[in-house]
Design a protein around this ligand. Structure first.
Ligand code: DX5
Ligand code: ZN
Length: 221
């Protein structure tokens, strides 16, 4: 049975001074908009505070998949769900209470994702599989777009796919996803793909999203 494939482009490498237009260029081809929220504490970069994030979420013509790379994630994650996000991802390296925050996100009407940095093992978090809606496997060190895909994360994708089994849990891959790397990620079991620089550096971002989708669909058969 072939897996449903989702492309969730990141705006991290888009033109922030023209964000409405940049989002409009890709919305029709995307399943969700991946919003990378960085606080310059959990990662050495800053993108959006909550007020700006809430504006982007409110104006976005499609659902928003918030990727919270913030230190105070247990305190702010529920507010992202209440602001209307379709999905809110918290990092295992930032939260101090996965069940509590996952429950709060879901209660506020959003799906809950669990983010795993490259240096973190997935085995330690397998027990939370029935309390979340998605695993986000980072294939770069979080903080910046345009980095190289880490092929040594492929094994972790395979293990995560086994942990998920036949549950309706999404397996998202984030970092360095491109025409060259998406097939290996899909073959290893990913079904939800973040692409930032591959999309916004392309001549035609919408066409790039469709090309990425076609490659992932053909692998996931
Ligand atoms: C990095 C972010 C990613 C990144 C993806 O910390 O979580 O979403 O923006 O950008 P690319 O696809 O350029 O690696
Ligand atoms: Zn991200």
């Amino acid at each position: 049975m072939s897996r449903e494939i989702r492309i969730t482009p990141s705006i991290l490498n888009a033109d922030f001074s023209n964000l409405d237009l940049e989002i409009k260029r890709i919305a029709a081809s995307s399943d969700l908009l991946h919003l990378d929220v960085m606080d310059n504490i959990f990662v050495p970069n800053f993108t959006f505070d909550f007020a700006r994030s809430a504006e982007i979420i409110a104006d976005c013509p499609i659902g928003v998949d918030a990727h919270l790379m913030v230190a105070e994630v247990d305190q702010i994650a529920p507010a992202y769900a209440e602001a209307g996000c379709a999905s809110v991802t918290i990092h295992v390296e930032a939260t101090s209470n996965i069940p509590m925050t996952a429950k709060a996100i879901r209660k506020a009407g959003a799906r809950c994702g669990l983010g795993i940095k490259p240096g973190t093992s997935i085995e330690d978090y397998a027990d939370f599989v029935d309390e979340i809606d998605m695993f986000l496997i980072m294939t770069v060190e979080p903080g910046f777009g345009g980095q190289k895909f880490m092929y040594d994360m492929i094994e972790k994708l395979r293990k995560t796919r086994v942990i998920i089994g036949d549950r309706p849990i999404w397996l998202q891959v984030d970092g360095g996803v491109s025409l060259e790397t998406i097939s290996a990620a899909a073959e290893a079991g990913a079904d939800t793909f973040v692409a930032g620089s591959a999309v916004f550096n392309a001549e035609d971002p919408a066409a790039m999203i469709e090309s990425l989708r076609a490659l992932a669909v053909s692998e996931a058969r």
